[in-house]
Design a protein around this ligand. Structure first.
Ligand SMILES: [Zn+2]
Length: 409
């Protein structure tokens, strides 16, 4: 068993948490910001202190490899992301990178030899907060998003990914494309309440939900809020809110794991005394069952149509994005499961409702994830918290499973 140094991990966690720390104990470290640059510099020097060469690709993804005994063997890839949400928490992303770093340090301490190399990664722009494409670095790496397209995305101030990479000095010259990977494991906080409610320290993640994003636009007629009688109106917002109401009640009819969210609403002309002529809203639906998500998409269209018919409004409907569920690799999943059992750590097989870099990596390599609990399921805010004993339990499983995977033939 590979033994980790929990105190050293704690020190690393505290040190990195100072870079972009907020007053309320959170983290504000948007991708390729000055804070992210400092975290990356620190990560680079920590890897160099282990005698490793750090490689940076065109998208700023950082890699470093601890060699194995077989020079031809493909590596085990470990890591996550160092960027955070605006005023986000200290655990999302950074914990997965630091646990991977601790895994390398523990291997070095114990002079562990593995057949395969172990390679660590920090993905660029997982959060999609500054540049709106979540999991950008890993999506580009697997070829899902063309590199040129990724580099051209701009933030609110018009700064492109390419310019931000140059500014921070993380415009690397390695091609952003997958090299052979034997297996990939990412540790992440659960971001939901399940592990805590079960009283378990570790989630062995078997897959990721199917998701669909939609946009609905209702066209009514603008009129004066005073003289226009109620029965003569074609109020776009009335139809929209009616549809939204039904969309939010819809998951109950579909499956116990289905969720539906209306996250954005806009109204035109957006004036206090004018009946809305146009209302637009987005819908995000998820379930592990692809058929449930497909049915949900149909249901959203049906509810929209029905609500518009009731007030005599027209509508448009667009499906913006739709991905089937991801099943992680059963081989990697069972190594995690067996390792947790061997270490006598309470664990549970589960699926993820949120997307992660490992989801993209699983397009090109066998992958799986380790979850640790999120107190009250809270995430993407400064109150994010994971009890330290669970972090340690998750790290022990992660480190030992990495060692086992790196010794596979
Ligand atoms: Zn994350």
């Amino acid at each position: 068993m590979l033994s980790i140094d929990a105190d050293r991990l704690r020190r690393a966690f505290d040190t990195y948490s100072e870079i972009g720390a907020t007053e309320a104990g959170g983290l504000h470290r948007l991708t390729l910001s000055e804070e992210d640059e400092r975290a990356r510099d620190r990560f680079r020097s920590d890897l160099e202190a282990l005698g490793l060469d750090v490689r940076v690709d065109e998208l700023g993804n950082m890699f470093a490899r601890r060699e194995g005994t077989d020079p031809d063997a493909e590596p085990v890839l470990i890591g996550s992301h160092l960027d955070s949400q605006p005023y986000g928490g200290r655990y999302d992303g950074q914990l997965g990178v630091l646990v991977a770093l601790e895994t390398l340090r523990a291997m070095e301490d114990a002079d562990v030899e593995t057949r395969r190399p172990v390679e660590i990664v920090n993905w660029t722009n997982e959060e999609g907060a500054r540049f709106q494409h979540a999991m950008l670095g890993s999506a580009a790496w697997v070829g899902d998003t063309p590199v040129d397209e990724a580099l051209a995305i701009t933030d609110r101030d018009g700064v492109s990914v390419e310019e931000a990479l140059e500014e921070t000095g993380y415009d690397g010259d390695e091609p952003c494309e997958p090299h052979g990977v034997h297996a990939h494991v990412e540790l992440h906080i659960e971001q939901g309440p399940k592990l805590e409610s079960l009283g378990k320290s570790v989630g062995v993640v078997e897959g990721v939900y199917s998701m669909a994003w939609m946009e609905a636009t209702v066209h009514g007629e603008a009129d004066h809020a005073g003289p226009t009688p109620m029965h003569q109106r074609t109020d776009a917002l009335t139809a929209a809110t009616d549809a939204i109401d039904r969309v939010e009640a819809m998951p109950n009819d579909l499956s116990s794991d289905a969720v539906a969210t209306v996250g954005r609403v806009s109204v035109d002309p957006d004036a206090i005394n004018v009946i809305p002529s146009r209302a637009e809203f987005t819908v995000d639906v998820r379930s592990y069952d692809d058929a449930v998500v497909e049915e949900a998409v149909d249901r959203v269209q049906f509810e929209l149509q029905t609500a518009c018919d009731r007030v005599g409004a027209e509508h448009e409907f667009e499906k913006l994005w739709h991905i089937p569920h991801t099943e992680f690799d059963e081989g990697v999943v069972s190594v995690l499961d067996e390792t947790a059992s061997d270490l006598d750590i309470a664990h549970e097989r589960m699926v993820s409702g949120a997307g992660h870099d490992a989801k993209y990596v699983s397009d090109v390599a066998p992958a799986a994830m380790v979850f640790v609990p999120s107190e009250d399921g809270k995430t993407h805010n400064e109150a994010e918290f994971t009890p330290w004993e669970d972090v340690v339990a998750g790290t022990r499983v992660y480190a030992e499973a990495t060692r086992r995977l790196a010794n596979e033939s």
